[in-house]
Write a protein that binds this ligand. Structure first.
Ligand code: AMP
Length: 143
């Protein structure tokens, strides 16, 4: 999947947005959904996606992108307050050669803890749903 191409309405995040696949929700409004990454690179790895379909940062509407990064800031602040990480990595990949594996625009919020090496991107262990729910509850409380 290069940078070109059309939006695939059967990608995993499109299915999550339609409620066809479950997710552990952190935040939702009319334009944005945020949920726990199911294969987290660190404790509290959270994703933020627009509801409008776009593959990546380059083909999204600028106004959607502005809203998305502002919501990402808000949710990152809640992650900080809830989980007290020592740092936070925000990532976003465009195209498979850049590391993108799900072709619906999203930002990663990856809490970082001193001395803890983050897990591999998109190839780690599936997390325990109970643990993800407990983390999401803490983040929601901080929002
Ligand atoms: P990227 O490689 O930047 O496209 O990121 C896609 C992210 O989606 C990865 O971090 C995956 O762990 C995550 N992911 C894949 N499937 C699911 C799912 N069903 N629920 C939550 N996160 C997922």
């Amino acid at each position: 999947m290069s940078l070109d191409g059309t939006y695939d309405y059967d990608n995993i995040f499109a299915k999550i947005l339609r409620g066809e696949i479950p997710n552990v929700t952190v935040y939702e409004d009319e334009r944005v959904l945020s949920f726990m990454d199911a294969f987290p690179q660190s404790k509290g790895h959270t994703l933020v996606i627009p509801k409008a379909p776009s593959r990546n940062l380059l083909d999204t509407d600028p106004d959607e992108l502005s809203n998305l990064i502002q919501k990402t800031q808000t949710i990152a602040a809640a992650v900080r307050q809830a989980l007290k990480p020592d740092g936070i990595t925000i990532t976003q990949f465009n195209g498979a050669p850049a590391g993108q594996t799900v072709f619906h625009l999203h930002f990663h919020i990856i809490p970082r803890y001193t001395g803890v090496v983050p897990g591999p991107h998109a190839s780690g262990q599936m997390a325990d749903i109970g643990e993800l729910s407990a983390l999401a509850d803490k983040i929601k409380t901080a929002l």
